[in-house]
Write a protein that binds this ligand. Structure first.
Ligand code: TXA
Ligand code: MG
Length: 359
């Protein structure tokens, strides 16, 4: 698959430099025509379409194989655009925007008429995020300039098929969704590997009290500190069935994945047979066998930000290996690791059988 986007140095995926003017122009033309553009954000790659075009947003659901009732996040270039997509912005939401935007934070707010049913899944709220990644910012601004409207938005879920592992590189998007004519997307922008690697923290303001619906790299205590007020955690929250990131069985590799305490890994490998096991564990973990005897041995990063950045790459590699069972050493505990535990728990739940209900 040829991905035409190259950065200024000519090497695809070389990092955070801005996309070339030609690349941006092409991406904007695709968006104006109602097409689908995969683009990098600091969290994961997004699968974007013009949020004002019902047909373009509907194409996202078809490309992902995602059920239509699952709402999409709208990406905007700046906080000033939020007024156009919402009917009210509570003061605490404003505080979080000022503190954390642009960045990995999505706010759920009462929607305006402009945020249509195809985006919101028919709910009376809309998810909004202002991404920090220079390519995402450049794309949003160029698209706003072409539409002569700085409040434009790109509706964008993660650029993976429904229920599959989230993409943190253009290669992941190419392998999972692909570019036309062989694949499903009109254009895949390659801005290198995502720097944070885990989807945004979602904070819901629909009920008056702020609730974290999905943990991310902005932690609950940072939100509490910024608001100086009570914030409910994901586990305190009422079940939110249409927040598909909360569906168990999300972010799942195709093979069974087990979370195993580091001290129990050697025994589990012994039971299964080393050649059947793909293992992700810290470097000093006792495995009872030589690493080369395993189907794949990946070394887990010791600190939470590095682990988060690599998490989906680890899962992609394990999934593509010859391993029949994926064994992941339970990571350390503590608030820095909460989002990682959340995603690994869902991956373990989702990999146990056929994927029934995951976005
Ligand atoms: O970091 C991210 O948030 C990435 C990048 C591309 O921005 N996007 C992402 O999108 O993770 P997606 O669609 O894979 O996950 C968005 C989550 C879904 O679980 C969706 O159900 C939830 O946000 N969501 C969106 N709008 C919502 C709403 N109005 N109410 C409740 N949940 C909502
Ligand atoms: Mg997703």
């Amino acid at each position: 698959m040829v991905v035409p986007a190259k950065d200024a140095s000519g090497a695809p995926g070389a990092g955070a430099e801005l996309p070339s003017a030609a690349t941006l122009h092409r991406a904007v033309q695709v968006l104006l025509a109602g097409g689908l553009v995969a683009f990098p954000t600091e969290t994961v790659y997004g699968l974007g379409a013009d949020a004002d075009q019902v047909g373009a947003v509907a194409a996202i659901f078809r490309a992902k194989g995602r059920p239509p009732a699952h709402p999409l996040i709208l990406h905007v270039a700046q906080a000033a655009a939020v007024a156009s997509w919402t009917s009210a912005v509570p003061e605490p939401a404003r505080v979080l925007m000022e503190r954390f935007w642009p960045g990995p934070l999505t706010l759920i707010l009462p929607r305006s008429a402009r945020a249509g049913d195809v985006v919101t899944g028919g709910q009376d709220t809309v998810g909004l995020r202002c991404p920090a990644h220079p390519w995402a910012q450049a794309l949003l601004r160029a698209f706003g300039a072409a539409r002569a409207d700085p409040t434009v938005a790109l509706a964008a879920p993660s650029a993976n098929r429904y229920g599959r592992i989230s993409p943190t590189s253009a290669a992941h998007v190419r392998a999972d969704l692909g570019q036309k004519p062989d694949g499903r997307l009109d254009l895949i922008l390659d801005g290198g590997a995502c720097t944070l690697g885990i989807e945004s923290t979602i904070v819901d303001f629909a009920t008056g009290v702020a609730r974290v619906l999905r943990p991310g790299s902005i932690r609950l205590e940072q939100i509490r500190l910024a608001l100086g007020a009570q914030v409910l955690s994901a586990s305190d929250a009422e079940p939110a069935p249409r927040t598909s990131g909360r569906v168990r069985g999300h972010y799942a590799p195709g093979k069974p994945l087990e979370l195993v305490e580091p001290g129990a890994l050697a025994a589990r490998i012994g039971e299964l047979g080393a050649d059947k096991a793909g293992v992700l564990a810290p470097s000093d973990t006792q495995l009872g066998v030589r690493p080369s005897a395993l189907a794949l041995r990946l070394t887990a990063a010791a600190d939470a930000p590095a682990y988060a950045r690599e998490l989906y790459e680890y899962l992609h590699q394990l999934d593509e290996s010859t391993a029949q069972i994926l064994l992941v050493a339970t990571p350390p505990h503590g608030s820095e690791w909460e989002a990682i535990h959340d995603r690994l728990g869902r991956a373990a739940a989702g990999s146990a059988g056929p994927i029934i209900d995951a976005d």
